[in-house]
Design a binder for this molecule. Structure first.
Ligand SMILES: *Cc1c(COP(=O)(O)O)cnc(C)c1O
Length: 246
């Protein structure tokens, strides 16, 4: 059985309700400005995204470069102020496209990707904002730098490569309470002088805001359940297609 797709009116109502909850959680956490809502639009077609853009939603997240490339050039024309975040793993051969499309890349997670980003930033003369993804749950199937290696990785990216890193992001394990993961990420950001914390999704964004999130990434609470569970972990790039015979 597939869930009904919410109408534009339902999506806008969900957006307004989420914005209220987010502002409530932010003021309870003593925040001077509310956490930013990133509307995660992976698998959502452009005609369902446009009403949110037109209503004034600014930040959006996609997890695949190819999908973003197909949808966003047209959508951006509707609202030039929008900010697009890459929240899925980035392959080095897609760095050029990613830097051209995205305002923020949240998934810097290995030295080789840092090197490719450095080269592309130098070539293009413009830099996306960068966040380092931390694998707080140390899950083997999940992208991200291990917590014990994060400080050294940040020093390498900033020192050797001269990259400006704005903050950290994490995706806690699906089965565990997220609070300790958010607290760990906040602690690592603080000791490294990083202002941006991207953490919290539909099910746990209020917890994330209480623990310091500056950006929350919300998909299903806005757009309804996504189709067909992806065999890859959330945010993963599709596996390279097998060479076709003939
Ligand atoms: C899909 C996705 C989200 C949104 O998840 P919801 O539970 O639908 O809100 C957030 N972050 C990342 C990295 C994602 O891939």
């Amino acid at each position: 059985m597939t869930e009904p797709v919410p109408s534009a009116a339902e999506t806008l109502a969900a957006w307004r309700a989420l914005t209220d909850r987010l502002e409530g959680a932010s003021s309870r956490a003593g925040r001077s400005s509310p956490a930013r809502l990133i509307a995660v639009t992976k698998t959502v077609p452009a005609d369902r995204i446009a009403p949110l853009l037109e209503a004034g939603q600014v930040e959006f997240g996609e997890n695949r470069v190819q999908e973003a490339k197909a949808k966003w050039p047209e959508l951006r024309a509707l609202a030039p102020v929008c900010r697009l975040h890459l929240i899925g793993p980035l392959q080095t051969n897609k760095v050029r496209d990613a830097c051209a499309l995205f305002d923020v890349i949240q998934t810097l997670d290995r030295p080789r990707l840092g090197e490719a980003l450095r080269a592309e930033i130098d070539r293009a003369g413009r830099a996306p904002e960068l966040l380092v993804q931390v694998n707080t749950g140390e899950e083997p199937q999940k992208a991200g730098i291990l917590p014990a290696e994060t400080d050294r990785f940040l020093d390498d990216m900033r020192g050797r490569l001269g990259l400006t890193v704005a903050g950290l992001m994490c995706i806690p394990p699906a089965a565990a309470p997220p609070g300790p993961h958010f607290a760990l990420l906040a602690k690592m950001a603080a000791r490294n002088g990083l202002p941006v914390l991207s953490m919290g999704m539909s099910a746990d964004f209020e917890t994330a805001i209480a623990l310091g999130a500056t950006h929350v990434r919300i998909g299903s609470a806005l757009f309804g359940a996504r189709p067909a569970p992806d065999p890859a972990p959330p945010g993963d790039e599709p596996r390279p297609a097998a060479p076709s015979a003939g």
